[in-house]
Design a protein around this ligand. Structure first.
Ligand SMILES: O=C(O)c1cc(C(=O)O)c2c(n1)C(=O)C(=O)c1cc(C(=O)O)[nH]c1-2
Length: 253
């Protein structure tokens, strides 16, 4: 087959979906959470760090809107901001960010501890900021394609709803509302994001570019968990012993 010929829409979509093999559902930290092997402290650390992703999503989406001259696209895309920030309508009073704070409280964090972001690790901040900056500097179509990790998100949200209550009975049930709401929001976002991506990336070179963008975004999510693993799991480093984040160089004398 001609290496420069565009893939059909179906073949292109299949390649995008195949990158699900690199989704953070396969990261050791995520696997540990899924199997019920996390301590309360590790779950709390994950929720507190992921808060930074949650509050950054609407900023990222506002960056996409600011680069998009197409009124129809903006009208759809703005819904994502309202999903997270809230619009006061029924079931969406505080939006996803408020629901995430409630999840934090359900796992034993204080609201102030979450919103102060003082538990957010540098590596998590850098990874999330890379995503925001990508959206600021790219075309709106490229930035839209970078949201397509959401293709794989309903599976991960559903698995938390299915397994966490048995594994972590100490988590208050109201905390799960965030995952439940994403089960309907994410598939709707994906239909829209896929439509834009399949229409815009219509040459082989552009399709390859879209795959590269999706890999970048998968790396953002993976790097966040790498940072959390280093800081909150018992990672031993030869010659250093247990890794302690931000502890500086070991005293070797
Ligand atoms: O819990 C997760 O594993 C997960 C992953 C992702 C993702 O794949 O980017 C998102 C979310 N959750 C999520 O809740 C969410 O609102 C969201 C928005 C976006 C995006 O890129 O615009 N990704 C995700």
């Amino acid at each position: 087959m001609d290496q420069t010929e565009a893939w059909s829409a179906e073949a292109f979509e299949a390649r995008l979906r195949a990158l699900g093999g690199c989704y953070h559902i396969h990261h050791p930290f995520q696997v540990m959470m899924h199997r019920g092997q996390c301590t309360r402290e590790q779950i709390r650390a994950w929720v507190a760090n992921r808060y930074y992703y949650q509050v950054s999503i609407p900023i990222k989406d506002a960056a996409i809107l600011s680069n998009c001259p197409d009124r129809d696209v903006r009208r759809h895309w703005v819904q994502r901001i309202l999903d997270h920030d809230g619009h006061g309508g029924e079931g969406n009073e505080g939006g996803g960010i408020e629901a995430w704070i409630r999840l934090g409280e359900a796992v034993g964090l204080a609201r102030e501890e979450i919103v102060s972001e003082r538990l957010v690790l540098p590596g998590v901040r850098f990874a999330v900021d890379a995503y925001i900056n990508f959206a600021r500097r790219s075309t709106w179509q490229e930035a839209a394609a970078s949201s397509l990790t959401e293709l794989f998100a309903p599976t991960i949200h559903q698995s938390r709803l299915d397994h966490w209550p048995q594994h972590y009975p100490w988590i208050e049930a109201e905390g799960y509302a965030y995952f439940r709401r994403r089960l309907t929001e994410a598939p709707r976002d994906v239909v829209n994001g896929l439509r834009i991506t399949l229409a815009h990336f219509n040459t082989r070179a552009l399709q390859e570019r879209a795959l590269e963008i999706l890999r970048f975004k998968l790396d953002v999510l993976w790097s966040m968990l790498d940072a959390m693993t280093l800081a909150h799991c018992d990672v031993q480093i030869a010659g250093w012993g247990r890794y302690t984040p931000m502890a500086g160089a070991p005293v070797t004398s």
